[in-house]
Design a binder for this molecule. Structure first.
Ligand SMILES: *[C@@H]1O[C@H](CO)[C@@H](O)[C@H](O)[C@H]1NC(C)=O
Ligand SMILES: *[C@@H]1O[C@H](CO)[C@@H](O)[C@H](O)[C@H]1NC(C)=O
Length: 291
């Protein structure tokens, strides 16, 4: 007899659209590693996604800022990145981050550089942007992830600190320092309140590239595993109890599998990116999307 669990997606059903800095190098990656196919995405410019941050709003992929236009907000409709008339309130060229919040209804966009290292944040709800509370510390390339359902950032590329803080209704509150002076990692919130930090660069150690998979849980940082290679500047997406990490330096696509209570079970390589794509935009979709 065959038992199938309808609640958990199988890796073979997962497809991830990857939009790198050059849009014409986009591809569709299967979660089981069996296929990687070119995807055709249209955009106003080929470097449209370079240094852009991305997040889902109402189920749609949006990209924010980046060097091609630092105030842009663009939405992926069908296979086209359409620039919206609504703009970010502030220029965010690079080093900023975006995160889906409020069950995917809005995105929080924070940090970035435009002559200074911004601590500012704004919230986009699909049609308008409003400024919200700025962080206390800088978090250039510190990322954003959900910890206990609250936006959280860790470390900073420029000020090389190890400060973590989380945004509540009343403002940003301190969390325990990360053990390393880290940046250019990926942050991924798990369903049950903890947050993972993957890879990055350790400024306490001359910028050594990291392989660590760290978990912030019950206000404690613990290393729970390692990537198969050191990496930074990648992007990660969590779906069907697996995190897919698209590495920049190693170019490896790594899958971290978790059990039903979200304990890390295995780390495996499912493929390679076609090139060294820095902070690629990721979007979970269907098997024939834009190919
Ligand atoms: C806020 O940041 C400043 C440095 O910019 C630091 O001295 C201060 O302790 C921080 N406050 C908290 C609550 O972390
Ligand atoms: C998360 O916690 C809830 C409540 O304790 C539990 O019902 C659920 O199964 C947990 N989910 C995971 C993924 O651990």
């Amino acid at each position: 007899m065959l038992f199938l669990c309808p609640c958990i997606e199988q890796e073979s059903d997962v497809f991830i659209l990857v939009i790198p800095c050059y849009v014409d190098e986009s591809y569709l990656q299967s979660g089981d590693g069996s296929s990687q196919i070119s995807a055709t995405i249209n955009a106003p410019r080929n470097d449209y996604a370079e240094y852009a941050a991305h997040a889902l709003v109402n189920g749609k992929l949006h990209i924010f800022g980046g060097v091609s236009y630092s105030k842009k907000i663009a939405r992926l409709d069908d296979c086209t990145l359409n620039e919206l008339t609504v703009r970010l309130n502030e220029d965010r060229n690079y080093g900023h981050a975006a995160l889906s919040i409020e069950n995917g209804k809005k995105a929080l966009i924070c940090f970035g550089w435009n002559g200074d290292f911004r601590k500012t944040c704004e919230i986009f709800d699909g049609s308008t942007t409003v400024s919200t509370i700025a962080s206390n510390w800088t978090h250039h390339y510190g990322g954003l992830g959900l910890y206990k359902n609250q936006p959280t950032s860790v470390g900073c590329y420029d000020e090389e600190h190890q400060k973590a803080e989380t945004l509540s209704a009343s403002g940003w509150n301190s969390l325990p320092d990360h053990p390393k002076r880290i940046s250019e990692h990926s942050l991924v919130g798990l369903e049950n309140q903890s947050m993972l930090l993957i890879g990055g660069v350790d400024w306490g150690n001359d910028g050594v590239i990291q392989s660590g998979i760290w978990q912030l849980k019950d206000e404690n940082w613990n290393q729970i595993g390692d990537l198969l290679q050191t990496d930074y500047g990648g992007s990660a997406i969590y779906t069907g109890r697996s995190i897919y990490y698209f590495g920049y330096v190693s170019e490896a696509i790594t899958r971290l599998d978790f059990n039903e209570v979200e304990e890390l079970q295995s780390v495996s390589k499912i493929g390679n990116q076609p090139s060294d794509f820095y902070l690629p935009v990721l979007f979970q979709t269907v098997s024939n999307y834009c190919i």
